[in-house]
Design a protein around this ligand. Structure first.
Ligand SMILES: Nc1nc2c(ncn2[C@@H]2O[C@H](COP(=O)(O)OP(=O)(O)OP(=O)(O)O)[C@@H](O)[C@H]2O)c(=O)[nH]1
Ligand SMILES: [Zn+2]
Length: 203
């Protein structure tokens, strides 16, 4: 019964979104009833399922941990240049770039693909880059209890390129260093390995 109510509620709210898109189309000077725009509210609704799919996923659920069978692993594990697209919460415009994610395990490790999955979970929400960066290290710290976790994100924001101050080729770098990454030696090793020298934009 509650499932039926949930479905009805969801359908009603989807209808509200379609109406809201039509209102916006009219506001910007368009005719929402012209042929090319008839399916646009539906398309936007479908694109939201993808762009904002991260809200429905618990970060811990993608971080399946396991113990390394052989010897103790206590060296840095780093996944570099994980590409992502996200949406800025101020303007609902895209920002995109790469994330570098590292941790030094205590006893448990995760499959390498899971670091990229974690980035996706947080990218597919409305974000500010700083929060996304600390959410990634925070999840690793909570779920793996590692010796430390680090994340650096290098991204370009369309709200700065396409509108507002219109500064192309300017990128934003944010970092979050937790646990042993606060030690000078580990931090230096991490920064050396990710070598932030290029601008990772596609524009
Ligand atoms: N700290 C941070 N700021 C962001 C991010 N994405 C966008 N912004 C900034 O959010 C700010 C919003 O500023 P406001 O003055 O409230 O809005 P605005 O008038 O649209 O700002 P302008 O972009 O300067 O035209 C801008 O400076 C954006 O560059 C982000 O991920 N982190
Ligand atoms: Zn913005």
């Amino acid at each position: 019964m509650s499932n039926k109510n949930d479905t009805e509620r969801r359908e009603a709210s989807q209808q509200d979104v379609r109406e809201a898109v039509k209102t916006i189309l009219t506001y910007i000077g368009e005719n929402p009833d012209r042929e090319g725009l008839l399916e646009t509210p539906d398309r936007i609704l479908r694109s939201f399922e993808d762009l904002y799919s991260g809200y429905a996923i618990k970060p811990e659920s993608v971080l399946k941990t396991f113990k390394d069978g052989s010897e103790e692993v206590d060296e840095m594990i780093l996944q570099r240049n994980i590409p992502f697209f996200s949406m800025c919460e101020h303007h609902m415009l895209p920002f995109f770039g790469v994330a570098h994610v590292a941790y030094v395990p205590e006893s448990r490790i995760v499959g390498l693909s899971k670091l990229a999955r974690l980035v996706e979970v947080f990218a597919r929400r409305l974000q500010v880059q700083e929060r996304m960066t600390t959410q990634i290290t925070g999840s690793l710290m909570r779920t793996l209890s590692p010796r430390g976790a680090a994340c650096v994100i290098q991204a370009s924001h369309l709200c700065m390129f396409q509108r507002g101050i219109k500064k192309h080729h300017s990128d934003t770098i944010t970092s979050s260093l937790k646990g042993c990454f606060r030690n000078a030696e580990t931090r230096a090793e991490f920064l050396e390995l990710i070598k932030l020298d290029g601008i990772h934009t596609i524009i």
